[in-house]
Design a binder for this molecule. Structure first.
Ligand SMILES: Nc1ncnc2c1ncn2[C@@H]1O[C@H](COP(=O)(O)OP(=O)(O)OP(=O)(O)O)[C@@H](O)[C@H]1O
Length: 370
């Protein structure tokens, strides 16, 4: 079976709006080798973005996923890179021209990731990401942001924090590693207290940074979420966001207090890995009391707020990757969402149907040749 994405975009509307903005977050093209369902594929993206349309299982999500991996070395649907390798292949390759520079990510199951920018191998993930772009991913499981566990909201904050600040990314990565190592020691029947104490110091150092940074992020996000909710819902639903630290105000004290429990349970019970973001609509817990429509709108608002904050704080426009999120929204909310996306941003949108769409974006059809 041979897969193609037809790069010749079909003009969706005859008159295209001329927007006089700089598309500094631009992905001009994408080339894939042995990635998910694609043997080999190449597609050009217009500066303002495109609607990627096709029937189910044609590879639309895989295209957006590849863009996210190329730009952020992160897949929103898989924590393990190996899952993205086309079945029976030794590895995958993604390449593309982004921000007028050629970028490549190769992943081989045996040798791991090789990253290149303009044909130069980049040694560190941080260096590769520093020259890259910013991404907002909106997918149909975003409802989990409101209904799901705290882990989903922590991932939301971390995806934002890591994009905004390399220091955040560094503390975040180190915290995860220290937590894992400390938990292994706590699980051990023969407790090695001096080693645990050494990890405790590191846990406090990186954890305290994360607590402070996440609290600040939530404070910055709140006005953006309120604004986006108003834009998408069209009414004055009062939304609230509150950061609740999983280690309280004082991590040292929390770890002292949980000393016995940790040893009994064999794991670290206080720290940013237990952080929560409380979401409310009209003063009530959004997961328990908001209607499904309100919950969906809040989830969208959280993602739009992420984009607005990236733009303000980083001074650059993120690329918006919208994966099939329109199915559950009525036509008014779909078009309100399209309007709420910033004019100057590149938007890549997957959908199975474009009949409702009023926006003037080019269309790329994805289909498999059988
Ligand atoms: N590692 C892999 N190797 C080969 N094929 C894969 C791999 N991972 C996923 N696929 C297949 O790729 C196809 C395309 O999946 P994808 O989710 O990109 O489609 P889609 O067009 O977004 O579909 P939908 O509209 O249903 O969401 C599916 O048939 C899926 O089973």
């Amino acid at each position: 079976m041979m897969w193609v994405a037809k790069p010749q975009a079909i003009a969706y509307k005859a008159c295209r709006q001329v927007v006089n903005l700089s598309y500094d977050a631009m992905i001009a093209n994408l080339r894939l080798m042995n990635f998910r369902c694609f043997d080999a594929m190449s597609v050009d993206f217009p500066a303002s973005g495109a609607v990627i349309v096709g029937a189910n299982a044609q590879g639309k999500t895989s295209i957006l996923e590849a863009v996210c991996v190329l730009v952020r070395l992160h897949s929103p649907r898989s924590l393990r890179m190996g899952k993205m390798i086309q079945i029976d292949s030794p590895g995958f390759g993604i390449a593309g021209e982004c921000w007028q520079s050629d970028r490549q990510v190769r992943f081989s199951a045996r040798q791991g990731v090789e990253m290149k920018v303009d044909d130069e191998v980049v040694g560190k993930q941080g260096d590769y990401l520093a020259g890259g772009g910013l991404v907002v991913w909106m997918g149909n499981d975003d409802l989990d942001l409101v209904r799901g566990s705290g882990r989903v909201r922590r991932r939301y904050l971390d995806f934002l924090g890591c994009q905004l600040d390399p220091v955040y990314r560094d503390h975040f990565n180190r915290y995860q590693r220290v937590l894992k190592a400390r938990n292994l020691l706590l699980k051990d029947r023969v407790l090695r207290e001096p080693e645990i104490a050494a990890y405790t110091d590191l846990l406090i150092r990186h954890g305290s940074f994360l607590t402070k940074a996440r609290r600040e992020l939530v404070g910055l996000l709140l006005p953006e979420v309120v604004h986006s909710q108003l834009e998408v819902s069209g009414n004055d639903e009062r939304v609230g966001l509150e950061y609740v630290a999983g280690a309280g105000d004082d991590m040292v004290k929390s770890l002292e207090m949980t000393h016995e429990r940790e040893r009994r349970l064999g794991q670290t019970v206080a720290g940013p890995h237990r952080d929560e973001v409380r979401l409310t609509v009209n003063g009530m817990a959004a997961a328990d009391f908001a209607s499904e429509g309100q919950q969906r709108t809040l989830a969208l608002s959280l993602k739009l707020a992420q984009g607005a904050l990236l733009e303000k704080q980083a001074g650059r426009m993120p690329v918006y990757l919208l994966d099939d999120i329109f199915g559950e929204l009525d036509a008014d909310r779909r078009n309100a969402l399209m309007q709420a996306l910033p004019d100057g941003a590149q938007k890549l949108i997957t959908t199975t149907n474009i009949d409702w769409m009023q926006d003037e974006l080019d269309v790329i059809e994805v289909s498999s040749l059988k």
